[in-house]
Design a protein around this ligand. Structure first.
Ligand SMILES: [Zn+2]
Length: 90
């Protein structure tokens, strides 16, 4: 089964970054938007599931890699918080 590991990295980074952000909307719609924007700016990282664990361990140790993911997440949070879309589809 194919899996985009980047989704997990973004999810983890989002968790860390959101703790430091007060006063922004954290509703499911905004969280999804933040993830979508981050993932669109980052390269997808497809792995087959069995290889995924090993691959993720390697990447987790890469400080530069983590910094890049966090940077994209922060940028996405800023975009979404300035222009939240959560009312559009009601
Ligand atoms: Zn929202």
């Amino acid at each position: 089964m194919l899996k985009n590991c980047m989704e997990i990295f973004v999810e983890n980074a989002l968790h860390v970054v959101l703790k430091e952000y007060e006063g922004i909307c954290k509703c499911p719609k905004c969280i999804e938007d933040i993830k979508a924007i981050s993932l669109n700016h980052l390269k997808p990282l497809y792995v087959v599931t069995e290889q995924g664990q090993a691959y993720m361990k390697v990447n987790e140790m890469e400080k530069q890699f983590q910094a890049d993911v966090i940077q994209e997440v922060v940028r996405a949070i800023e975009i979404v918080s300035q222009n939240p879309k959560h009312d559009e589809f009601k």
